[in-house]
Design a protein around this ligand. Structure first.
Ligand code: TYD
Length: 208
């Protein structure tokens, strides 16, 4: 089957999206689908180098935004667009909704500037489907504390993640046709069931 599809996984740090993107990739591969599993910032050598800078070096919100969009430009040109042209499914761990949520809502950076960068960099490309793993920031913080050392974003306080969560909610409300909210507070098996249901209903393999 050659129906390409661009699916993004979003949510605050600790929501569990990275676990579920990997199980989704296994599930799709088991069905014989060609896919690209990738992430942002990252996904190409240049974009991975920019990721290290963004996650570790102090910088202001405009610099952060320019770097994530620079990484995104390279990622789209070198990896995402070619994979879609080959008819593959692209699963991407974060994309531009993260920029609106983290730099826009979290850092308070100008959404109009972000929308301009989005238009320049993406030339109209948008995900076909976005799975938004939504969970309360306090729950996510507990999960992160158990799992790993914090990067620059993960070290932010609960108020920051409240704003990021509200940023995702606003994006989901503005573009309901591509967003599916996943209740990420549930047990992993229940979250996985929600993900599969969303993919069955809205993937290129659905009857819609
Ligand atoms: P994440 O994808 O959660 O990776 P890991 O699971 O390895 O921690 O981390 C990427 C971080 O980058 C995350 O804290 C959010 C941040 N980010 C932005 O601030 N803006 C963006 O546009 C993107 C794509 C990510």
């Amino acid at each position: 089957m050659t129906a390409s599809c661009f699916i993004t996984f979003e949510g605050i740090d600790g929501a569990g999206k990275s676990t579920h993107i990997h199980s989704t990739a296994s599930w799709l591969r088991a069905q014989g689908r060609q896919l690209l599993l990738t992430r942002e910032p990252g996904g190409t050598p240049l974009a991975e180098a920019l990721r290290s800078l963004v996650l570790q070096q102090p910088m202001d919100a405009l610099t952060e935004s320019l770097l994530v969009f620079a990484a995104r430009r390279d990622h789209l040109q070198q990896a995402i667009e070619p994979a879609l042209a080959r008819g593959e499914v692209v699963l991407c761990d974060r994309f531009t909704d993260a920029t609106f949520a983290y730099q826009g809502s979290g850092r308070g950076f100008d959404h109009t500037v972000l929308a301009t960068l989005e238009a320049w960099v993406q030339q109209g490309r948008q995900p076909d489907l976005t799975l938004w793993f939504d969970v309360a920031p306090a729950v996510a913080a507990q999960r992160r504390a158990a799992a790993r050392a914090a990067d620059r974003f993960e070290a932010e306080d609960l108020a920051f993640f409240d704003r990021v969560r509200a940023g995702y909610a606003a994006r989901a409300a503005a573009q309901p046709q591509r967003f599916v909210r996943i209740d990420a507070a549930q047990a992993p098996a229940d979250v996985a069931a929600q993900v599969q249901a969303a993919l069955m209903a809205q993937g290129p393999w659905s009857a819609r």
